[in-house]
Design a protein around this ligand. Structure first.
Ligand SMILES: Nc1ncnc2c1ncn2[C@@H]1O[C@H](COP(=O)(O)OP(=O)(O)O)[C@@H](O)[C@H]1O
Ligand SMILES: [Mg+2]
Length: 235
């Protein structure tokens, strides 16, 4: 479904991604894990359309999308839930969710979308008329995920949903992602600094370090890999 080949992205003189190649098959859940500054968010932006590519290509369902603006990629079914949530603080929960369903295919199914989101996150139903800025961090993350789902995406890009949240809240968010995976035919690409939790959720993953993919494999292989164990599991 998604094929990234030899992707490089630079910010001025700083090379954030250097020849990254990876693939995500239709229906798969792929996690990209790595430390702060590895280039995870840059990779998500490159796929969603927020940074320009210095080299390489991005193919989505066989189409080269590397030069398309982000709204065109959204129309093709790619939804980006950005790092730091980026909800609209002065809009209500409901208005934020409605912002997610602007593409025509999603607008027609807005009521279904709301049912789904409120089913996953009942607290958002309770707070539908409350301003998003007044929600807790965990609730804002639920709202950001919900807004992504409102787009009825085929490919959901999740950028560090655990960021800045306490362990119990993170567990709830990860459970919700697992539930989304189970109940929807959506392909998920998750990037995370919480290496173990993310790898446990996914089918397959890659380890990204300083802009390069250093390791890739299925969940069990990665969790058992001595390099992952040493660097990220503290064993
Ligand atoms: N807008 C930007 N301008 C300049 N440098 C940036 C910008 N965004 C990210 N970087 C740099 O690119 C590298 C990768 O960043 P990022 O993709 O945000 O990593 P991650 O999400 O894995 O923490 C880092 O060295 C970061 O400082
Ligand atoms: Mg990041």
């Amino acid at each position: 479904m998604l094929k990234v080949s030899g992707l490089s992205v630079a910010y001025g003189g700083l090379q954030a991604l250097a020849g990254v190649s990876l693939e995500v098959a239709e229906g798969e859940f792929v996690a990209i894990v790595g430390p702060n500054g590895a280039g995870k968010s840059t990779l998500m932006k490159a796929v969603a359309g927020g940074v320009s590519l210095a080299a390489g290509s991005i193919e989505y369902r066989g189409q080269d999308i590397g030069g398309l603006p982000s709204h065109a990629r959204a129309r093709l079914g790619i939804a980006h839930v950005p790092e730091g949530r980026k909800v609209f603080p002065s809009l209500t929960v409901l208005e934020n969710l409605e912002m997610g369903s602007y593409r025509p295919a999603a607008r027609r199914r807005r009521a279904d979308g709301l049912d789904t989101v409120f089913g996953l996150f009942p607290v958002l139903r309770e707070r539908r008329d409350q301003l998003a800025g007044s929600l807790s961090g965990g609730e804002q993350q639920m709202l950001a995920l919900g807004r992504g789902l409102m787009a009825q995406p085929d490919l959901l890009l999740l950028d560090e949903p655990s960021q800045g949240l306490g362990p119990r809240i993170v567990e709830g968010i990860f459970e919700a992602i697992a539930a989304i995976r189970k109940s929807h035919r959506v392909t998920i690409l998750l990037v995370e600094q919480r290496v173990v939790e993310a790898l446990e959720l996914c089918d397959r993953g890659y380890v990204l370090e300083t802009g390069r993919v250093v390791l890739g494999g299925d969940r069990e292989t990665l969790l058992a890999d001595p390099r992952v164990q040493h660097a990220y599991l503290g064993t």
